[in-house]
Design a binder for this molecule. Structure first.
Ligand SMILES: NC(=O)C1=CN([C@@H]2O[C@H](COP(=O)(O)OP(=O)(O)OC[C@H]3O[C@@H](n4cnc5c(N)ncnc54)[C@H](O)[C@@H]3O)[C@@H](O)[C@H]2O)C=CC1
Ligand SMILES: O=C(CO)COP(=O)(O)O
Ligand SMILES: [Zn+2]
Length: 348
């Protein structure tokens, strides 16, 4: 009997451009949601844009979270229940968006993503990445019903948030290689379509790198569109595989070892230089990845992340324990191999 099923969940309305925040209530109206919204945000985005969002929704309540985690998800779910909210509006970077994504899943209601930073592809995806203890859960959730990414706001965010978004996209190169490897060695299901979309997104971003410079709204536009496309690849795959491989495991480990030291995208970018070396050796494309990151103003060394060499190497050798996801790290890279890869590539 034929048993294959594909169920692709995508946002219904995606708006990227100058001033599109003004269209937020129109975009929401088209979704036929009922009840007042709960705005889920973090302190800085709330200060910067919260009032402009609430202008369009006079009956909205707001919950401000300081960090992502299961506690924050509970707080949001409780606030939504108390306010009898019909849906959530996630406003900010990855933390409020991931938290709202999980809370909406818990509540069985929809959510709308209003990113204030083009810092990574979780702003569009159907995955929540939630830390707990020493591990991190990549939790399946529904993607946003709508994404409203105002490039005027994204362009005013600190430049490093945009370069982090670029690096998160560049890491798709190694993520796809890890996915293909897992397909060959572990029979993990691979989607040609999602893999090709993810890789093409990284290639297009690198080709546009000359136009990605601070102070230009076009840069925010190019990066936001790439983040949407990467998020769509994850939705097609039904997993974060197209955009998260060994380089993400290393980054998640760094989040445990040195929380808050560097941005997610910057960590995965530097880690991708090392994992590309692990995949293909001296003549691999690690130098192309490093140069692309450098062109986009993203860090290319542990030092550039503000992380000492030993901690970075510890993350490389222990990253395979983060979750059950087969990658080039296999069941662990030896210390000698980690030192060889990281020193040869100049990461440490
Ligand atoms: N679901 C997924 O697929 C993914 C989820 N993530 C998760 O997202 C989180 C990290 O996301 P980030 O966006 O880096 O963190 P974040 O939400 O903490 O934002 C980073 C910083 O930028 C500030 N910020 C945001 N917009 C700003 C603006 N316009 N102007 C000035 N400051 C602004 C925030 O206040 C915060 O201090 C992590 O929890 C990570 O695991 C990361 C990648 C993918
Ligand atoms: O960061 C991501 C994709 O860029 C999400 O990946 P995870 O599933 O590893 O959290
Ligand atoms: Zn990422």
């Amino acid at each position: 009997m034929f048993e294959k099923t594909t169920w692709i969940k995508l946002p219904r309305n995606v708006l990227v451009g100058h001033g599109v925040l003004r269209e937020l209530s129109a975009a929401v109206e088209e979704l036929y949601l009922s009840g007042p919204p709960l705005v889920v945000t973090s302190p800085t985005p709330n200060d910067l844009v919260g009032d402009r969002v609430r202008e369009g929704f006079p009956d909205a309540e707001t919950v401000v979270i300081e960090s992502a985690g299961f506690d924050a998800v509970e707080r949001v779910a409780d606030a939504a229940t108390a306010a009898e909210s019909g849906y959530l509006i996630a406003l900010g970077g990855g933390k409020p968006i991931d938290t709202a994504k999980m809370a909406s899943d818990r509540l069985g209601c929809g959510f709308v993503s209003v990113p204030t930073a083009a810092s990574h592809d979780g702003i569009v995806s159907g995955r929540s990445s939630i830390p707990e203890g020493d591990t991190r859960h990549s939790v399946a959730a529904d993607p946003p019903l709508a994404v409203v990414a105002d490039t005027e706001i994204l362009a005013e965010a600190p430049w490093e948030l945009t370069t982090a978004g670029c690096a998160d996209i560049i890491s798709n190169y190694t993520a796809v290689k890890d996915w293909q490897l897992a397909n060959r060695l572990k029979n993990v299901e691979y989607s040609e379509y999602a893999g090709a979309l993810s890789q093409m997104t990284a290639e297009m971003l690198v080709e546009s790198s000359a136009a990605i410079k601070p102070g230009f709204e076009e840069s925010a536009w190019l990066v936001a569109k790439a983040l949407v496309s990467s998020g769509v690849a994850m939705s097609i795959a039904g997993s974060s595989r197209p955009a998260s491989g060994a380089e993400h495991l290393i980054s998640h480990r760094l989040d445990r070892l040195v929380p808050g030291e560097a941005l997610h995208g910057h960590q995965v970018g530097v880690a991708a230089i090392v994992t590309e070396y692990l995949h293909s050796g001296e003549r691999g494309e690690w130098a192309d990845i490093r140069d692309a990151l450098d062109d986009l103003d993203a860090p290319t060394t542990a030092d550039g992340l503000g992380i000492d060499d030993d901690t970075f190497l510890e993350a490389v050798t222990t990253a395979h324990t983060i979750r059950d996801r087969y990658t080039i790290l296999g069941d662990g890279v030896s210390e000698a191999a980690a030192i060889e890869a990281a020193t040869f590539t100049g990461v440490v």
